[in-house]
Design a protein. Structure first.
Length: 317
């Protein structure tokens, strides 16, 4: 990747390039991809070099004929304010944000979208003629993935979510904005339980949806909620890493064939939960669709072009 330092708020680029962020100067109509008018978009996170976003967005720019490049920058709390100000200074299209910057960045933008206000975190900044607008495309990505890949609309549906972290909150907010009749979240009871419960219930108070938070240990209530739900979302880490092969449900019998089962994990592609869903004939989907559509939403906000997702999927194989 291009490593960076800042001087007076400006980025100084070094020519340390890794394979993932390398830019190929192909010819398009006799002109190189990089021109005097080329715009810049980026990814602000720490670490940043693991991200697949540069490959996805650069491929999208090239396919859509957009004169822009996307680079990853290691940005944390120590240089976040200067990095965000550089979006204006360098007239960038905007940036994507990841940990540890999603909440802190709110203080440095000029305006927040509706979903970003409710979530309290942003993952995308759009530079609108010098005005920086913060968005959160995670929940939008989930809703679009459900509509396009699962062919299910969120409106009037009941959703049970396992976990109550950032992804769960983004999905809850967007589902409520889309008219879900109820969202029930299951969280382990710890010292933050009541705080998180109040925080999520405020989403229901500000929308037309019912939002409840229940103790994860209450299996009887979980079974009742799943019986009346159209969607189950696993927003925990159970099923990946050291927990691969485990299911977030105590028993596979909690599932039913009319339940859409979505695991936000996409590595491995098929978690234990999805295997259990498939065994009983329930529709099962991993988190790759959400990942693609949240990126495509940011791409559209910057360029007004639809990202060609059909040419992106091999990036995640």
């Amino acid at each position: 990747m291009f490593s960076t330092k800042t001087l007076g708020g400006f980025f100084i680029f070094h020519d340390k390039i890794n394979k993932q962020n390398s830019i190929t100067l192909d010819n398009q109509g006799g002109q190189s991809v990089i021109s005097g008018k080329t715009k810049l978009a980026g990814f602000f996170a720490n670490p940043a070099e693991h991200s697949l976003s540069p490959r996805m967005h650069n491929r999208g720019f090239q396919a859509c004929g957009v004169d822009a490049v996307y680079l990853a920058f290691e940005v944390d709390q120590t240089n976040l304010a200067r990095a965000i100000e550089s979006i204006r200074t360098l007239d960038m299209l905007g940036v994507n944000l990841s940990m540890p910057n999603k909440t802190t960045a709110i203080a440095y933008v000029d305006e927040l979208s509706q979903e970003a206000q409710l979530i309290g975190a942003i993952n995308t900044i759009v530079n609108q003629n010098g005005k920086l607008i913060g968005y959160n495309t995670d929940g939008i990505g989930f809703v679009k993935a459900m509509a396009e890949t699962a062919k299910i609309k969120i409106k009037d549906k009941k959703i049970t979510i396992l976990g109550a972290g950032g992804a769960a909150k983004a999905i809850t907010v967007q589902a409520a904005l889309e008219g879900a009749r109820e969202v029930v979240l299951y969280k382990r009871k710890n010292e933050r339980f009541l705080t998180v419960k109040r925080d999520f219930e405020k989403i229901g108070e500000q929308t037309d949806s019912i939002v409840r938070v229940v103790d994860y240990a209450d299996e009887e209530q979980l079974v009742r909620d799943l019986q009346t739900s159209e969607l189950l979302v696993n927003a925990t880490d159970i099923g990946m890493g050291t927990k691969e092969g485990q299911s977030p449900l105590a028993k596979a019998t909690f599932l039913h064939e009319n339940l859409f089962v979505i695991d936000l994990i996409y590595s491995p592609r098929k978690t234990q939960l999805l295997k259990e869903a498939e065994k009983i004939g329930a529709p099962a989907f991993n988190g790759l669709g959400m990942l693609l559509y949240q990126g495509a939403t940011a791409f559209h906000l910057w360029t007004n072009h639809e990202m060609p997702l059909d040419i992106m999927k091999d990036l995640f194989e």
